[in-house]
Design a protein around this ligand. Structure first.
Ligand code: BEZ
Length: 399
C-alpha cells in the first residue's frame, strides 16, 4: 500500500482545499514536498464480471500497457491501481465510488463502462472534486448538464457514434428504420443520436424496440422486425449481448433488411460472432484497420502483451492513461495541483490509435466517426462518415 497523504502534517483533503484557495504556499514549501515518495493512486471502477466484463478487461489492459510504456511512472511517481468490479450495476455504484474516494483515498478515478453507473459516479466525483476520467460510458449528461472541471471523458457521448449513420442510410434510399436497443440510458441515447441525423432529413422511425438490460432474449424483437419489414434496423448492443444479438439475427435470416448500429455491435466480439458478423456495417470513432502509425504500433504492442486483438475499449483505456500522463507530467506528479492538471488535460492533443485526439470545452473527444464493415472478422474502414464530430453538449456550463 502507498503511504497515505493524510499521515503528513495536514490531511490530503485539507491540502486540496488549501490548494484551491491559493493558500498552499504558506503551508508547504514546494508542491513536491508532501507527495514525492508516495505512489499515485488510481481507482478503477470497471466491470470485470457480467455481459460487459470483456470491455472492462480491455480498458484495464490498455491502461497497464500505456503505464508500462511510460516506465511505470506518472510525473516521476510510481503508480498504484486499485481495481474494483462495478458489475455494470448502477445500484452498487454510489457505494463503490464512495469507497474508492473516502477509504482508498485515490488521487484519480477511472471508470465506468455503463452509463447508469456513470451517472452515480459523476455525481459523487463532482461533489468531492475528484479528478475523474470516463474511459467508456457514453451518458450524454456527463459532458452535458453534469459537466464539471474535474470530469473528463476519453470515449464518446452516446449521441456521437450513431449520429452519422442516418445520412449513410438516407444516401442509399433507406428511409424506414426500426431502432432496437438495450433499454437503458446508453441504448436510448444512442437511438436518439441516430434519429437526430435521420428524421430531420426525411427518415422515418417505424418502431422503437427496447430490450431490458442485460437481457439477451431477442426472439420477440426479431419476430416483430420481420413483420414490420423496415429497410434497416439500427441497434445498440455491446459485449456479450452483441454476440448473442448478431448470432440470433443471422439465424433468423431476415433477408432484405440491413442490420446496422453503433459500432459496439461488432467491437471486440467478431471472433465470437464468427460468420454472423461478416459484412455488418456500423459507425464508430475507431476501426481495427485504421491505417495510422499510432494504431499500428498500439495493436502490435497490445497483441504482444495480451495475446489478443485490441478494440475500441482498449483504445479508450490507452488514451485515458495518456491523458493522466499529460496532466501529471505538467505538475511533476503533484496531484494536489488540480487546477494545473486540469489545464494541461484540457489542452492535451496527441495521436491516438483512433486518429487525432483532442477534447471539446465540455471535456469530451472531438473525433472522426468512421463507417466500417466487418471483413474476415476485422472492422475495416469504408469511409470517414463524419470528420471531427463534436457532441452538442447541451446544458454544459463550461461552454
Ligand atoms: C454505456 O453504457 O454507456 C455503454 C456500454 C457499452 C458500450 C457503449 C456504451
Amino acid at each position: 500500500m502507498a503511504v497515505p497523504y493524510h499521515r503528513t502534517t495536514i490531511t490530503r483533503r485539507q491540502t486540496l482545499r488549501l490548494a484551491a484557495a491559493g493558500a498552499l504556499g504558506s503551508v508547504l514549501p514546494t508542491r513536491i514536498a508532501f507527495g514525492q515518495t508516495a505512489k499515485v493512486r488510481i481507482g478503477i471502477l470497471l466491470p470485470y464480471s457480467g455481459t460487459y466484463a470483456r470491455l472492462g478487461n480491455a480498458i484495464t489492459n490498455a491502461m497497464e500497457l500505456k503505464f508500462a510504456e511510460l516506465g511505470g511512472k506518472l510525473g516521476g511517481r510510481d503508480i498504484e491501481l486499485i481495481k474494483v468490479d462495478s458489475e455494470a450495476a448502477p445500484p452498487k455504484a454510489t457505494e463503490l465510488t464512495t469507497k474508492l474516494i473516502n477509504q482508498e483515498k485515490v488521487d484519480i478515478l477511472v471508470g465506468p463502462v455503463h452509463s447508469g453507473v456513470a451517472m452515480a459516479m459523476a455525481k459523487i466525483a463532482r461533489e468531492e472534486g475528484t479528478l475523474t476520467i470516463v474511459p467508456n460510458a457514453g451518458a450524454d449528461q456527463i459532458t452535458g448538464p453534469l459537466c464539471a472541471p474535474n470530469l473528463f471523458r476519453t470515449s464518446f457521448t452516446n449521441w456521437q457514434p450513431g449520429h452519422p449513420m442516418g445520412k449513410v442510410l438516407l444516401d442509399e434510399g433507406k428511409k424506414n428504420v426500426v431502432t432496437c436497443f438495450w433499454n437503458y440510458g446508453a441504448g436510448q441515447q444512442s437511438a436518439e443520436g441516430f434519429k437526430d441525423g435521420f428524421v430531420p432529413h426525411g427518415g422515418t422511425i417505424v418502431k422503437e424496440i427496447g430490450v431490458p438490460f442485460p437481457q439477451v432474449e431477442f426472439q420477440a424483437a426479431l419476430t416483430e422486425i420481420a413483420a414490420l419489414k423496415p429497410d434497416a434496423v439500427y441497434t445498440f448492443f455491446a459485449g456479450g449481448g452483441a454476440v448473442k444479438f448478431v448470432k440470433d439475427w443471422h439465424a433468423a435470416g431476415l433477408s432484405g433488411i440491413e442490420l446496422v448500429g453503433a459500432g459496439f455491435l461488432t467491437e471486440g466480439v467478431t471472433e465470437a460472432q464468427g460468420e454472423a458478423a461478416e459484412g455488418l456495417r456500423t459507425t464508430l470513432h475507431y476501426a481495427d484497420a485504421l491505417d495510422n502509425p499510432a494504431n499500428l504500433k498500439f495493436r502490435e504492442a497490445y497483441l504482444a502483451k495480451f495475446g489478443k486483438e485490441a478494440d475500441v475499449y482498449a483504445v479508450q483505456g490507452y488514451d485515458a492513461a495518456e491523458l493522466i500522463h499529460v496532466g501529471l507530467e505538467a505538475v511533476q506528479g503533484d496531484t494536489s495541483a488540480k487546477a494545473d492538471i486540469i489545464k494541461a488535460m484540457e489542452g492535451a492533443e496527441f495521436d491516438s490509435p483512433r486518429g487525432p485526439f483532442k477534447l471539446s470545452k465540455a471535456h469530451n473527444p472531438v473525433q472522426n466517426i468512421y463507417l466500417r464493415r466487418v471483413e474476415k472478422g476485422v472492422n475495416t474502414v469504408i469511409a470517414t462518415a463524419y470528420e471531427g464530430l463534436s457532441d452538442p453538449a447541451k446544458g454544459c456550463k463550461l461552454l
